[in-house]
Design a protein around this ligand. Structure first.
Ligand SMILES: *Cc1c(COP(=O)(O)O)cnc(C)c1O
Length: 400
């Protein structure tokens, strides 16, 4: 029991001093100083006229970045998974069938979300580390006649970029299926054209190639997809992510639904402004150029990329772990000795690959040279058969 004389001491927690990492993993990526500055500006209310203007600007910038004219283009409060669940949880109705891929971790997450939405899940197969084949998708569409087809444009678990997207969407539309694309690791880093490619719904994340802290996640839906959402017989199971309700806030009405994460909206506004200043196509080209230099370096030192060149994903480079090397030890040594974050593989590729991100503000020459140098050094010290010097030389040449 406390008396008046006794004080209740708070826990003795020191000042916040996170280590200064270089983030070259599967996300988050390094955040641009301008975005960090935007996050330290004062709050306004989520219905303040000045904030309503900011919302309009964010929506306009998101349309530019997605390459879409979709009216229904918003930042969802939460991480990429929130935008993912908003997409799947609203578009998939109880009893609907959704076709999902098996070629990576995030196709599996799509399946879980579709099931929770009351959907029936069917699969189109491809091994982890390979893209979907158009013929296999067409066969699965013919066999199952799904209402919705989901695919992962940039599989962060395998470093695979799904090519031939227009052929996939055309096949789905031949069977009257709506297409949901996971663009979390492609938006702002890899060519993505929502309207031109016939993607009905795309969701993304801020902390990968947009180099923005997680918290407000891009989502866009075509009128046709939104018509299905608004015509649902039953309301979606999530109140928080109900797009019909969110429309009241992000649409013309601008009425309270939940308090927008103001600071995260400031952040994504600044991150998207950086995209617009650079130009979306130049940004895609920069990622390809910088990741190309990274790839040249790891290959020249004697390592192998996991994905073939035709579907290499510049924003996430999957590199084979050399014989006899413990991937976890490499990652932890890089973190300790170089303050450099990369990641190991998961699922079917657990222990087989390193995942080296080259995303947004992390996709800079100094980071790429640093990562190739540090990786070569640590691998050599752990006894791998690599030539670190050749790696650095190849990266320098590719950058010059
Ligand atoms: C990171 C990621 C997600 C999930 O995003 P979170 O921000 O972690 O919730 C979904 N899909 C892909 C392809 C991702 O890389």
């Amino acid at each position: 029991m406390t008396t008046r004389e006794e004080s209740i001491d708070g826990p003795d927690v020191g000042e916040l001093t996170p280590p200064n990492r270089t983030l070259m993993g599967p996300g988050p990526s390094d955040v641009h100083p301008r975005v960090l500055r935007a996050m330290s500006t004062p709050l306004v209310g989520h219905l303040d006229p000045s904030f309503v203007e900011i919302m309009d600007e964010v929506q306009e910038l998101l349309r530019y970045t997605f390459r879409t004219d979709n009216r229904w283009t918003i930042p969802v409060s939460g991480t990429g998974s929130a935008a993912m669940e908003a997409a799947i949880g609203n578009v998939v109705e109880p009893g609907d069938t959704m076709l999902v891929p098996t070629n990576g971790y995030f196709g599996g997450r799509m399946a879980s979300m579709a099931r929770r939405a009351g959907g029936e899940v069917v699969e189109v197969d491809a091994p982890w580390g390979e893209p979907l084949a158009v013929d296999d998708v067409a066969d699965a569409l013919a066999e199952y006649d799904p209402d919705v087809f989901g695919f992962v444009h940039a599989e962060t678990s395998t470093g695979v970029r799904q090519p031939e997207v227009p052929a996939l969407t055309a096949a789905a539309h031949d069977h009257d299926a709506l297409v949901i694309a996971d663009a979390v690791t492609s938006i702002g880093g890899v060519e993505l054209r929502v309207d031109e490619w016939g993607v009905d719904v795309a969701y993304a994340g801020p902390q990968k190639c947009l180099s923005c802290p997680p918290g407000a996640s891009p989502l866009t839906l075509s009128d046709e997809a939104m018509d299905k959402v608004l015509a649902r017989a039953k309301e979606p199971r999530s109140w928080y992510l109900d797009l019909g309700l969110l429309e009241g806030y992000w649409g013309d009405e601008r009425a309270y639904h939940h308090t927008a994460p103001i600071t995260n909206v400031y952040a994504i506004r600044e991150a998207l402004r950086l995209v617009a200043e650079e130009g979306i196509e130049e940004r895609w080209a920069r990622h390809e150029r910088l990741a190309g230099a990274l790839k040249a370096g790891v290959e020249a030192m004697g390592l192998e990329m996991n994905a073939a060149d035709e579907y290499w994903l510049p924003s996430l480079n999957a590199v084979r772990v050399p014989e006899g090397i413990d991937d976890g030890e490499v990652c932890s040594t890089l973190l300790e000795r170089y303050d450099l974050e990369i990641a190991s593989g998961l699922g079917d590729l657990d222990g087989e690959i390193f995942r080296i991100g080259c995303m947004g503000h992390s996709a800079r020459p100094e980071n790429v040279i640093y990562a190739v140098t540090a990786l070569g050094d640590v691998l050599e010290q752990l006894g791998a058969d690599v030539d670190p010097g050749a790696g650095v030389t190849a990266t320098r040449r590719a950058l010059s």
